[in-house]
Design a protein around this ligand. Structure first.
Ligand SMILES: C[S@@+](CC[C@H](N)C(=O)[O-])C[C@H]1O[C@@H](n2cnc3c(N)ncnc32)[C@H](O)[C@@H]1O
Length: 334
C-alpha cells in the first residue's frame, strides 16, 4: 500500500523548512526500530503544493497505526492510490491530556514542541519498551521549564525533571499547578524538598474515576544540578532519558562553579550519572548543538559508559539558527 503523511505545519519558519526531512527521518527510524523495516520508499513529496512524506507499507497493524498516528510530523495520514487519490486513515492518538499543556508556555530557550515529541518518539522507538502501552517513566535531566515533561505526561507517562536554574523550577511549579486547576483535573501537589533540594510532586488523574482508582500520572521536578541525580533517585529507575542539552549559546552548561559555554564537559560528567539511573532495555536520547560538540565525541562518551549508540539511516541534523546545528543521538542500555 502507498501512504501519504501530511506534515504538521509549524509556526516556526526555520523549523518548518526542516520539518519534511525530519518527518522522513522519524518515519524511517520508527520503521527500522519498531516495525521490522516494514516502512519503505520513504519520499518527501509535494501534493497540491503541500508537504507530504509518502511511503509504502503492508496493511496497517494496530502497532503500526499507533506509531504512524503519533509521529511528531503526523497532521493527517492517507492511503494514496494509483491515480493519486487520497483516502483518509483514522488515527489513534496516544495523547491523554489537552494539547495546551505543551503549547501554553512561551519563553526564550524553549525547545521546539514538535522536536521534543520527535526526540521522545525516537528514544522510545530505540528502547525495549516501544511496543508496550504502559505508563513508562521518563527523566529529563536538563528539563528547563518542562517541555519534555509535558509531552511525556501527555502520552500518559510518568515524568521526572531536574534543572539547576531555580527560576525555571519556580516558573514551572507555578505553571503546572495552575494548569491542572484550570483543567479541573483531580490532583495532589506537594512542594517540599529532598536532600535539601527543592522538589515538586504532582499526582494527577486523567479522569476523576482513574484518580479515585489510583491510576494516576506522577510528575516530579527537582531543582538541582544534574549530577545530584544519583543522590536523589534509585539506580535503574527510568525507562527513558530524554533531554535537550544546552546549545552553548543561550543556556550556559553548569559543570562546576563557573559557567562553561561548551556542553561537552557537562555531558562527559553527567552521562555516567544518567546511565546509572536508566533501566536495562531503556534508552537515552540527547539533542545537542553539533557546532559545539562533534557527534563522534558524544558517541564515544556514550559507548564508554556501556550504552549502544543506535544508527539511523537518515540524519536528524537541522539548522536552528546561525549558531545552532541541532542533532540527536540515541543510545540503548542492553
Ligand atoms: C536547552 S535547555 C533545555 C530546555 C527545555 N527542554 C525546555 O524546553 O524548557 C538546557 C537546560 O539545561 C540546564 N542546565 C545546564 N547545566 C545544568 C546542570 N549541570 N544541571 C542541571 N541543569 C543544567 C540549563 O539551565 C537549561 O535550562
Amino acid at each position: 500500500m502507498r501512504y501519504a503523511l501530511l506534515v504538521s505545519p509549524s509556526s516556526n519558519r526555520v523549523y518548518a523548512q526542516s520539518a519534511p526531512a525530519l518527518a522522513a527521518a522519524e518515519l524511517l527510524a520508527v520503521g527500522e526500530r519498531v516495525l521490522d523495516g516494514a516502512i519503505t520508499h520513504v519520499t518527501q513529496t509535494t501534493l497540491g503544493s503541500v508537504d507530504y512524506v509518502t511511503f509504502e507499507a503492508p496493511d496497517l497493524s494496530e502497532l503500526s497505526r499507533g506509531w504512524l498516528s503519533n509521529l511528531a510530523a503526523t497532521f493527517a495520514l492517507y492511503r494514496l492510490d494509483d491515480d493519486g487519490r487520497l483516502s483518509p486513515v483514522d488515527l489513534t492518538r496516544w495523547d491523554q491530556l489537552d494539547s495546551d499543556l505543551i503549547t501554553i508556555q512561551k519563553y526564550s530557550g524553549k525547545t521546539n514542541e514538535a522536536f521534543t515529541k520527535l526526540l521522545l518518539n525516537v528514544t522510545l522507538a530505540a528502547s525495549a519498551f516501544a511496543a508496550e502501552r504502559r505508563p513508562l517513566s521518563v527523566l529529563d535531566p536538563l528539563c528547563g521549564r518542562g517541555t519534555t515533561l509535558n509531552q511525556a505526561l501527555s502520552y500518559g507517562f510518568h515524568a521526572t525533571g531536574v534543572e539547576v536554574d531555580k527560576k525555571d523550577f519556580e516558573a514551572y511549579a507555578l505553571f503546572i499547578q495552575r494548569w491542572v486547576k484550570d483543567h479541573r483535573l483531580k490532583h495532589t501537589a506537594v512542594q517540599g524538598s529532598v536532600k535539601g533540594l527543592p522538589k515538586l510532586e504532582v499526582e494527577l488523574g486523567v479522569t476523576k474515576e482513574r484518580f479515585k482508582s489510583g491510576d494516576t500520572l506522577r510528575l516530579t521536578y527537582v531543582s538541582a544540578d544534574t549530577h545530584a541525580i544519583s543522590q536523589v533517585f534509585q539506580p535503574r529507575t527510568f525507562d527513558l532519558i530524554v533531554t535537550d542539552a544546552p546549545y552553548g549559546v543561550l543556556h550556559g552548561a553548569h559543570s562546576g562553579p563557573q559557567t562553561a559555554r561548551k556542553p561537552g564537559e557537562l555531558l562527559q560528567t553527567a552521562i555516567p550519572v544518567w546511565r546509572a539511573a536508566l533501566r536495562p532495555g531503556g534508552a537515552m536520547g540527547i539533542a545537542w548543538n553539533r557546532l559545539v560538540l562533534r557527534r563522534e565525541d558524544l558517541a564515544r562518551v556514550l559507548a564508554e559508559n556501556g550504552l549502544e549508540v543506535c544508527d539511523f539511516s537518515q540524519s536528524f541534523e537541522h539548522r536552528v539558527d546561525s549558531s545552532i546545528a541541532r542533532d540527536l543521538i540515541v543510545a540503548r542500555l542492553a
